[in-house]
Design a binder for this molecule. Sequence first.
Ligand code: CUA
Length: 175
Amino acid sequence: MSNAQSTSPVSRTMRVDVYERWWLWIASSLILGFLAIIVASSVLHAVHPPSHVETIDPATARTESEFASPGVFPQPDGSTLVVMVAAMFTFDPETVVVPVGEPVRFRITSPDVIHGFQIAGTNANVTVIPGYVSEFEVTFPRAGEYLVLCNEFCGLSHHMMQGRFIARSAREEDP
Ligand code: CUA
């Protein structure tokens, strides 16, 4: 009796070992899983790279721009704008009062070196680069205090560089 496999022309299907097939499935699932995590964090938690590119002269930023007098500025449309400077080794202003549950727009720059700006408990986490203005929006989910940290090593007192945000409802602001 002749063997069908040995007499047939070259097989058109590649033979893949069963273990190799498992690994193909596992590796493909891992890649798809990681992609799904990226998509989910970007859609559900608004974690994404900043799309805003705006340059500024770091030498004159503190004297000849909006960053000469940073602070909290209520806008005509009812929203809030926070203008901040991250410099060795403080945030200016250091303590900021913002409304809770409403989007707050930030504009930050640095006159010296690269700093980080992370508000613990929110998705705000940007790199502040001299020569650029970082702009983004944050909604403070609950009333209370938020710690702001510099998370880029910026010099000897990097670990001392921190600020404070106090989120409160609009009613509490006018006692
Ligand atoms: Cu600023 Cu570390």
